[in-house]
Write a protein that binds this ligand. Structure first.
Ligand code: KMH
Ligand code: ZN
Length: 310
């Protein structure tokens, strides 16, 4: 498994899993998301995976109006590739979830490659007091959620977004999702090189360990040959250890407060940039270089930052 000499760091800045009570560093106002995204790019992230939040309460939002205030400012201040999530709600329809990507036409957007149980209800027991009313019920309620993307949902999303030349970050939560993607790529819905994000350690998906990563990678090799790039995000405490492993196996990496609030075991990260900087240090210490935004554009075949609508 040859290492790729240039490693793309994606930073997922805020997401829809964690809530403001869990860390003071979790950004949710327009200002906080803007500042943390720019700092993450300056620290070495060439892709920014972005969700929006209600700026008053910090609740996850898929309303395009909550993306607009930070997208333009991030574009003005950085050259980073902007990736807009289409998975920002566990309950909304696919058409509502792709609305921000359809409106802003970013270089990339996420695409969950199947339906799964997706739960973080176990986090609720760690907190007695909550900053906002919605948080406890939201976290506990995830125990009953199915995160839906049927074949028809994915097809509709791919067809709706096709004219906008958006590269998908295919979120692969388990090995079956690779087979889902293969079937849909063969049907012509996705163009090479495809970009796989192996999502490890979500309750409902594959566990985060090295054997599982090797299995995912081997299955992807079998299905996609040389026509793909891949990255790892591992949720929680193993985020950085699994990312380091991925970078040594030739993969790319994703960090950020969306998936882990920690900088090391038991210690909260002070910002997204702190996680990116740590990741960068390790990658460079181990002999790789960190991909620039233009490197990422070339590796993933992106349309260019001048072709977005924000
Ligand atoms: N936070 C990840 C486990 C999306 O935005 O489409 C899932 C994710 C999904 O990033
Ligand atoms: Zn996300």
């Amino acid at each position: 498994m040859a290492r790729h000499p240039k490693t793309i760091i994606t930073c997922a800045v805020t997401g829809a899993i964690h809530t403001p009570t869990m860390s003071d560093a979790l950004p949710y106002t327009y200002e906080q998301i803007t500042e943390q995204a720019i700092a993450a790019a300056e620290a070495g992230a060439s892709i920014l995976h972005l969700h929006a939040r209600d700026p008053e309460t910090g609740a996850p939002s898929i309303n395009p109006d909550d993306f607009a205030p930070f997208l333009a400012r991030i574009k003005q201040a950085t050259d980073a590739v902007v990736n807009i999530s289409t998975g920002g709600s566990l309950t909304a329809s696919i058409q509502d979830r792709i609305a921000p990507a359809k409106q802003f036409k970013p270089e990339m957007c996420s695409m969950n490659m199947g339906s799964l149980n997706f739960s973080f209800h176990g986090l609720a027991a760690r907190y007695k007091e909550w900053k906002f009313d919605w948080e406890k019920a939201y976290v506990e309620g995830s125990e009953g959620n199915i995160f839906r993307n049927t074949f028809k949902d994915i097809k509709e999303a791919a067809e709706t977004l096709a004219p906008d030349q958006i590269k998908f970050e295919h979120e692969i939560y388990d090995v079956g999702h690779l087979y889902n993607l293969k079937a849909m790529a063969d049907a012509g819905h996705f163009k090479a090189p495809i970009f796989l994000q192996f999502v490890m350690g979500i309750m409902g998906g594959i566990g985060a360990d090295v054997e599982n990563l090797v299995f995912l990678k081997r299955t992807a090799d079998k299905l996609f040959g040389a026509d793909y790039r891949w990255s790892v995000l591992a949720a929680g405490a193993v985020q950085i250890p699994m990312a380091v492993t991925a970078s040594q196996m030739g993969g790319h990496v994703r960090v950020g407060l969306e998936d882990s609030l920690f900088i090391s075991r038991g210690e909260l990260a002070e910002s997204n940039a702190a996680q990116v900087a740590k990741m960068r240090r390790i990658i460079e210490d181990l002999g790789n270089t960190v991909a620039t935004p233009d490197d990422a554009r070339e590796l993933l075949g992106l349309k260019g930052g001048d072709k977005v609508n924000f």
